[in-house]
Design a protein around this ligand. Structure first.
Ligand code: ZN
Ligand code: ZN
Length: 338
């Protein structure tokens, strides 16, 4: 089997890897129908997160179950399934509280840019669709696996309520699907922060009512202007930089909530500023598993089309080109076909 392996900065290769097989009795092996490049893959790709030697890549996936271990009872070969980047048992106290990405037995699923994938804790991790979906639904189910699940968590963590004013920092796939999520939750006004015409257009399609092109303190000032000096009820932070975190906190009204899902890189919060901001902060690695049944249902019934964030589709053997397109921001998100 051939899959993607990162060797070093801007060096992704499509090369021979071990074919995954059942290791633990709770495992499944999934034949990926589609996989993709994540914004977070760009941190090690750009050399900003060090790697220890050649590293298989990919943590977003959906596909057909090929085999299951002896202890797997609910997942069966032939089913179309969606999982997330952390495998979870879905039974421990943290899972039961809805925080499966903090499962006591969590395992990172990080080899998905390949035709076959081993998924640990299959019963707890994977959710099957009612039937094998048509090909046109596959991109949307793939989006559910991470970017939609993460954008959705940002909106849940930011306590988005019907009629609320929501500000979204970040115009990557997660931010754009954060807009879709806020819209689904009934937000009245959604202010997207973006400077890129194609991303602004998609954000508007998904429900953004206003676009702010400024950054930093100027973005905050602009959002205050747009809200009669009050600020947003909810802000979604979908980047992970100091600037976007401060944009989100600064845009939020006293008593409002910030949902932060960008993996932090060099973010440090000033205690005194935070104290006087008077905002709720909640975030972290999205417990996508909590939302899978609901999001799968919305896609299955055609109520949402998050697969639109994939604006470039490549065969998996051109994975290096996919990383380049995302690194250079020529593509919002790249779908890879095994
Ligand atoms: Zn991802
Ligand atoms: Zn658990």
């Amino acid at each position: 089997m051939k899959g993607a392996v990162l060797y070093g900065p801007r060096d992704v290769r499509f090369e021979e890897r071990d074919t995954p097989k059942i290791v633990e009795p709770t495992d499944a092996v999934v034949r990926t129908s589609a996989t993709c490049v994540c914004g977070s893959d760009l941190w090690p790709y750009r050399g900003l997160n060090p790697i220890n030697g050649p590293t298989p890549m990919g943590h977003e996936y959906c596909g057909i179950v090929e085999a299951v271990g002896k202890a797997v009872t609910t997942i069966k070969p032939g089913q179309f399934v969606i999982g997330s980047f952390f495998a979870s048992d879905n039974t421990c106290p943290h899972c039961r509280a809805g925080y499966q990405s903090s499962c006591r037995h969590r395992e990172f699923v990080g080899t998905a840019q390949a035709p076959l994938l081993r998924v640990p804790l299959a019963d707890g991790t994977l959710v099957a669709t009612p039937d094998v979906p048509s090909a046109d639904l596959v991109p949307s189910f793939l989006a559910v696996s991470d970017v939609l699940g993460t954008g959705w968590f940002a909106a849940v963590a930011a306590n988005v309520k019907p009629g609320a004013t929501v500000a979204v920092a970040g115009d990557g796939a997660v931010g754009i699907l954060g807009v879709l999520s806020a819209k689904q939750m009934g937000a009245g006004r959604i202010i997207a922060m973006s400077r890129h015409a194609t991303r602004q257009k998609l954000a508007r399609e998904f429900g953004a009512t206003d676009i702010v092109t400024e950054r930093g303190d100027e973005a905050v000032a602009r959002i205050k202007d747009l809200t009669k000096g009050v600020g947003a009820d909810s802000a979604l932070e979908c980047v992970g930089t100091q600037e976007s975190m401060m944009q989100a906190i600064g845009s939020t009204r006293p008593g409002g909530s910030v949902g932060y899902v960008g993996v932090p890189h060099g973010v440090a919060l000033d205690g005194e500023k935070l104290f006087y901001a008077h905002v709720h902060l909640h975030g972290g690695p999205a417990p996508v598993r909590r939302f899978l049944p609901e999001l799968i249902d919305l896609v299955w019934k055609g109520k949402i089309n998050p697969g639109k964030v994939f604006d470039l589709t490549l065969p998996l053997n051109r994975v290096a080109e996919g990383y380049r397109a995302m690194d250079e921001r020529r593509a919002i998100k790249v779908l890879l076909q095994p």
